[in-house]
Design a protein around this ligand. Structure first.
Ligand SMILES: [Zn+2]
Length: 245
């Protein structure tokens, strides 16, 4: 027996299948990450071909069967195709980095509506906001790490638990996190952690509007990438950002 499910989704990838169909990967609000087949979508008469392009935000109806690896899309309507984002090189690059992180690092069928809302929100912001794409991306990346279970505490020392003050000099150890000026003497520093970087991450987390230097925003992304690589050895870095450098 298959169930009919209506939910929202963001398209993560799309590949050709057979002569007329596509297989798409979706991050859905109601079912988490799933794969589905869009039958007949490559026929010129089908409107589903373009609607199911990567990054698009959709309202979908699907036939779901738990025993099946691929679910079947019955209909898909566009909520947004983020036109502005797709016509701007930098915005496109970071939107692809978001899609890549979600595709590579979330677990199939694990529902997380907070993460889902965060993904839609960041794509909307990239599409419409004037804020720099690398700053918006950094904010999403920090949020995403928390949703994966690798939340970075910016308030308290990861070793002794005392409140952190960047003026005292902080340090960073990948396995524990941020260290205060006392604990830094006992544990090896695995990343040169400047007070600029700390302050910038703090602003990202508190969602304050920031005018960061281009370089600092990029350094913060590299830092978060290294942190994720340490915790997820299979993760080799964000390819979308390497290709388009
Ligand atoms: Zn400490």
């Amino acid at each position: 027996m298959s169930e009919i499910i209506k939910t929202e989704a963001v398209v993560l990838s799309k590949i050709k299948y057979g002569d007329t169909s596509y297989i798409i990967s979706l991050y859905t609000k109601g079912l988490g990450k799933i794969s589905a087949i869009v039958k007949g979508a490559r026929s010129p008469k089908s409107k589903l071909g373009l609607v199911t392009d990567p990054v698009n935000h959709l309202q979908i109806v699907l036939y779901k069967k738990d025993t099946r690896e691929l679910q079947i899309i019955s209909s898909a309507d566009l909520i947004s195709n983020f036109t502005e984002l797709k016509s701007d090189f930098e915005k496109l690059k970071y939107s692809q980095a978001i899609i890549e992180l979600v595709k590579k690092l979330t677990v199939d069928h694990e529902v997380n509506s907070k993460l889902y809302d965060g993904i839609v929100r960041i794509l909307e912001l990239l599409n419409t906001s004037n804020e720099k794409p690398n700053i918006l991306f950094g904010r999403f990346f920090l949020f995403f790490l928390g949703e994966l279970g690798y939340e970075m505490s910016l308030d308290r020392c990861s070793s002794c638990g005392k409140p952190l003050d960047p003026k005292d000099g902080l340090s960073f150890n990948f396995s524990t996190g941020i260290l205060c000026h006392v604990c830094r003497n006992d544990k090896a520093e695995s990343y040169i952690f400047t007070s600029e970087l700390f302050n910038y991450l703090y602003c990202l987390k508190s969602r304050k509007k920031i005018e960061a230097q281009e370089k600092l925003a990029d350094n913060a992304i590299t830092f978060l990438e290294s942190y994720l690589k340490y915790h997820v050895p299979d993760f080799k870095g964000i390819q979308s950002l390497q290709i388009y450098k």
